[in-house]
Design a protein around this ligand. Sequence first.
Ligand code: ADP
Ligand code: GLC
Length: 494
Amino acid sequence: MVGPLKVLMVSPEVAPLAKTGGLADVTSALSQALKGLGVDVRLVLPFYRSVREGGYKPRRILQGLRISLGDQVLEGDVLEGSLEGGIPVYLIDREDLYDRSNLYGNSRGDYYDNLERFTFLSHAALKTTEAIAFWPHILHCHDWQTGLIPALLRGPLGDVPFYRTLRTVFTIHNLGYQGIFPSGKLKVTSLPPEDFFHPEGLEFWGNISLLKAGIVYADAITTVSPTYAREIQTEEMGMGMEGILRSRRKALHGILNGIDYRVWDPETDRFLSFRYSAHNLNGKQRQKFDLLQELGLLLSLKDRPLLGMVSRLDRQKGFDLVLEALAEIMKLDVGMVVLGSGDHEIQEALWRAAHRYPGRMAVRVGMDERLAHRIIAGSDILLLPSRYEPCGLTQMYALRYGTVPVVRATGGLDDTVVAFDEASGKGNGFKFTPYEPTALTETVRKSVEIFHDRKVWRRLQVNGMKADFSWERSATRYLQLYQFLLKTWEGIPT
Ligand code: ADP
Ligand code: GLC
């Protein structure tokens, strides 16, 4: 190969431009880490309203890109901006598709035209490479919103010489979102039904699944932790995709996410009032006091454990367990603070709960980057009792901030949290397995007991703060995968 390896990431989320969860953090930090390894990496995402209004000033580089969606031909523009570190970002602009208040839907549900919105993104990403003459070796697609791309390259676009040499990687960040649409809409995608709409293709119980399209047609599939890569091949956790995932197991890799220590480090965090490190944790205690004041909680909680949660309000994150266990947990003389956004029922239930514990429990709703950092720093314990968790980033952030994670042993939580063993002093948190309120309560109880033993707690905190989840290691794994895919292909463009 002449020159650097070229990778185009296509993703519905990239931090800090557009974010609903960890996917955004990952596409941004992984790109920066790959750049550090010498890769020419660029990103494509929609020009959402949040990007338009984010004070970001991209320049319009392409106008009137024509894209067929079934019987219609729609036009779109492309703007170019850059991420920190000078990574180019191509923003696909079409107002009626992307200029909306949210990324995927509103309180009434998903937007009715998500198939059109993300089919448009998929075609536009491919057309952009051609139009700007950026010929990537690898197209790295993230989640169902981009699952159509590998299928298009095996189908209608497979005869175009340049596209024939492209290798695709499809990363599953969450198997719970499958991009399901009625079969009658297949023509929107421009895939011929006879070749693609069958159980070995993108048909999923009579519907279209764009997630399945990515799984079936990508050259390699990755997911975001080794344990989740195993779990999704089982009937209990495969969400109906276990069969197809098992059939592709040789192409399926579990690569643990990293975290971006330039953004998440208590020594440099721009959102904290007090900074600190493993050598001196005084700043953490001050930060906790500051948080108690900010949230109007009892200041006497400064000497008692403060439990924090920063999560999407979603079934996945185990809020039902927390709500069921709450009365017992609050008997342990603790404080509790929750920041989340998402499901309205969970939100209401949390608010009702907070009313029962005035001064001891605070609930904040909405996406609030600053408060997320301050809660992760100012809490003593981070709760993450997920039903399932592909990787999870907040427990890794918590570890760095000396905030001890209490998690359910599933997916990436199991891979990153090592149960504390008092006898050897090893381990960095607490975990439990049965998805039951009593299991959560008992594990919180254990953590609270140890909290009151200052010396042992300090040891536990420092173990976590010293753990290394930097991106370099994971980015190297992706790089090896890209190189492997290219080696197995003769006609590599240079
Ligand atoms: P998921 O992607 O399933 O939501 P992760 O743990 O991978 O879970 O990533 C969640 C990311 O979203 C973290 O960066 C976390 O800090 C952030 N986050 C979640 N809820 C909020 C919120 N309400 N405000 C700000 N950031 C949030
Ligand atoms: C998903 C998962 C989460 C993971 C994130 C980034 O949204 O729910 O576990 O950390 O993607 O890969």
